[in-house]
Ligand binder design. Structure first.
Ligand code: SAH
Ligand code: SF4
Ligand code: F3S
Length: 406
């Protein structure tokens, strides 16, 4: 084979949140239009992509160690193209080439549309390619926003794990700047997609046989878009999509506690296709910690929100995320988080040990002072508590009849 001939087989590894799952689906669909075929065996592939996450250090370390495994592959497979895309690409940029010199391609979350062209470029010229967006302080808001392009091309039904379920992005980015979090840097400014575009995508998905739609956004209920002089919020969007015949169920993740408005909850109550499920992370049960995290609400605000949900949508399932071992977390503060887990009786909680991320305000301002063994113990304690609550809750379903989508 000469340099440009290759078998067009693509292997992709995806870690991180639902946004990444969707991004991978879209990138694979675009490469398939370019003649690529997907393989689940990296040894057969001539193009290997890693869709990465930066939210915790461990997620990054895993990718770097996987990349390390391909260090010598190019000696025997000169046509191999190795690319890193997604959040770690945006965060680490050139550093990836330094840490893994055999990587050919680094593509941030805002440049995914360019991947087919960039892969071709590498293959034809053996030139390294770097495509990333501006940093949050590297230009005006408009310039930075424009450098993060929402990537939502036509959907390819064959790329979805289930033909009946699909993700639809309604917004990109985040402006909340919780002090521990890299997402505002890796995904850029908060930008909502126009309702007309979202509607068209949902109709196209319905035509492909999709019955369940999950709307995605980092703070999905902060959705706000003005089109033809009319402002739409998430409640309006739910109503719009609800009218699409053939769509049977609608969900949305992840919600931000402060934006859980009455009209959104009423939409949940009044639109039968909308699942009675909310993922609305509390993160911590102590006001001092919440303030230090800059979450923008107090425990009392969260309690009020819980009461509002339970009043308007009785029986609604609520799940949460928690961080244990955040900077300055005392045993007492941790116990307050435990109390809230007990009190709120979440359906489920995702519990994370705090991981310091460079570039965040927490990394700059507060020492990461809770020892790892303590983080581990607090994590396990909370997990045990949540598991016990979930088990009790699940036991309630024994003998009940519910509608499921198979
Ligand atoms: N946009 C979502 C969450 C995105 S990240 C939201 O605001 O809820 C998913 C979860 O990872 C967060 O809810 C948080 O619990 C956790 N997380 C984020 N940054 C973290 C860090 N530096 N260390 C540990 N956990 C973190
Ligand atoms: Fe991160 Fe906070 Fe934005 Fe969620 S709301 S993505 S935790 S900055
Ligand atoms: Fe990770 Fe990026 Fe999602 S940092 S959690 S993949 S937005």
């Amino acid at each position: 084979m000469n340099q440009t001939e290759h078998n067009k087989k693509l292997f992709i590894e995806t870690v991180g949140c639902q946004m990444n799952v969707l991004d991978s689906e879209l990138v694979v669909a675009a490469l398939r239009q370019d003649g690529y075929e997907l393989t689940d065996n990296h040894k057969l592939a001539d193009t290997i992509l890693f869709n990465t996450c930066s939210v915790r250090e461990r997620a990054e370390e895993k990718i770097y160690s996987q990349l390390g495994r391909f260090k010598y592959s190019k000696q025997t497979r000169p046509n191999l193209v190795i690319g890193v895309m997604g959040c770690m690409a945006q965060k680490d940029q050139k550093l990836i080439f330094q840490r893994a010199p055999h990587v050919d391609l680094v593509v941030g979350t805002g440049q995914l549309a360019e991947i087919p062209r960039l892969v071709g470029e590498v293959r034809n010229n053996r030139d390294r390619q770097l495509a990333v967006s501006l940093g949050r302080r590297d230009g005006s808001r408009t310039e930075v926003s424009q450098s993060f392009q929402s990537y939502d091309p036509l959907r390819d039904p064959e790329m979805r794990p289930s033909p009946y379920q699909a993700y639809v992005r309604i917004m990109i980015g985040c402006d909340k700047f919780c002090t521990y979090c890299v997402v505002p840097m890796t995904r850029g400014p908060e930008q909502s997609r126009p309702p007309s575009e979202i509607y068209r995508e949902v109709v196209a998905l319905k035509d492909q046989g999709v019955q369940e739609i999950t709307l995605l956004g980092q703070t999905v209920n902060s959705y706000k878009h003005t089109e033809n002089g009319k402002q739409s919020r998430l409640a309006d969007l739910l109503e719009l999509i609800h009218d699409v015949d053939g769509i049977k169920r609608i969900k949305f993740v992840t919600s931000y506690p402060k934006d859980m408005t009455v009209d959104l909850l009423q939409a949940l109550r009044d639109l039968p296709k909308v699942a009675h499920y909310l993922h609305v992370p509390l993160q911590h049960g102590c006001d001092e910690m919440l303030k230090r995290m800059k979450r923008g609400y107090t425990v009392a605000d969260y309690r009020e929100m819980m009461a509002r949900i339970r009043e308007i949508v009785p029986g609604c399932s609520i799940s949460s995320d928690f961080i244990v071992g955040f900077c300055g977390e005392t045993e007492q503060a941790h116990q307050k988080s435990m109390e809230l887990v007990r009190e709120c009786r979440f359906k489920n909680s995702f519990i994370f040990k705090y991981s310091e991320r460079s570039g965040t305000r927490a990394a700059a301002n507060f020492p990461d002072d809770v020892p790892d063994e303590v983080k581990k113990r607090r994590n396990n304690e909370m997990l045990d508590l949540q598991n016990a609550i979930s088990a009790e809750d699940n036991a309630d379903f024994i003998g009940r009849e519910v509608e499921v989508l198979v």
